[in-house]
Design a binder for this molecule. Structure first.
Ligand SMILES: Cc1cc2nc3c(=O)[nH]c(=O)nc-3n(C[C@H](O)[C@H](O)[C@H](O)COP(=O)(O)OP(=O)(O)OC[C@H]3O[C@@H](n4cnc5c(N)ncnc54)[C@H](O)[C@@H]3O)c2cc1C
Length: 199
């Protein structure tokens, strides 16, 4: 999943100069990294001269261009847990033109148990709300289910239902919700394939 994200950000100049810490501290509601951090519920290390806090990604993104960073803090590290056996993920976005911010983006992580059932899921969504968010309703649909397009469509509908898109130059509200639903299905298909390959 993490490998999918940077290839869709801007162009080589932006990717070479921009940092992940700068991207998440800026907290543009259409930026790509937050979706992946939210899916994995990574820990954001926020450090000042006086203190160090480990903030779960799901508590870090608060609103448009607003994070849990205190005025004297910078992001110094981001911690992801090591990928266990049976886990796979994917990030997919739709953009208006190559190198653009996301019209919608979905990061999906799934872990399969020995019977092939999804026993853990993380879904992060960007571009379609005032702030990127964890699609908890979609995660609840997925956990305990056997992977199938029918299950993924239910999860996609749940993620779309949780989004709060605004109509703008990137498209109308209905279109953006439809994109969240479809991207959720497609990223889940790849996530499960990768999870199977990692079993
Ligand atoms: C042409 C173009 C296309 C782009 N396309 C995309 C895209 O498709 N997807 C996408 O997600 N992004 C895109 N971006 C945004 C890009 O990813 C960000 O500009 C970049 O990641 C910011 O990182 P930076 O290190 O340059 O931060 P800066 O721009 O230097 O900083 C951003 C803000 O965060 C603060 N800051 C920086 N680092 C930290 C830190 N470690 N801790 C606390 N605060 C910090 C700065 O003070 C500033 O307020 C695009 C940008 C451009 C210019």
């Amino acid at each position: 999943m993490l490998h999918d994200v940077p290839g869709g950000i801007g162009d080589p100049q932006v990717r070479n100069w921009g940092t992940i810490g700068g991207s998440i501290a800026h907290a543009d509601p259409a930026s790509d990294w937050p979706a992946a951090l939210l899916a994995a519920n990574a820990r954001v290390i926020c450090r000042s001269e006086a203190s160090e806090r480990h903030v779960p990604a799901r508590e870090f993104f608060i609103d448009t261009f607003t994070t849990a960073l205190e005025p004297a803090e910078v992001v110094t590290e981001i911690h992801f847990r090591r990928r266990p056996k049976g886990m796979g993920g994917a990030y997919m976005k739709i953009e208006r033109r190559a190198g653009d911010f996301s019209t919608a983006g979905v990061a999906a992580l799934t872990r399969l148990d020995a019977s092939g059932r999804i026993d853990w899921a993380g879904v992060g969504v960007t571009g379609v709300s005032p702030s990127p968010f964890a699609a908890i309703a979609a995660e609840e649909v997925l956990v305990g289910g056997m992977p199938s397009d029918e299950l993924f469509r239910k999860a996609g509908a749940a993620a779309a239902g949780q989004s709060r898109p605004a109509a703008d130059i990137r498209g109308p509200v209905d279109f953006k919700r439809a994109m969240v639903a479809e991207l959720t299905v497609r990223s889940l298909r790849i996530a499960v394939q990768r999870a199977l390959a990692n079993s």
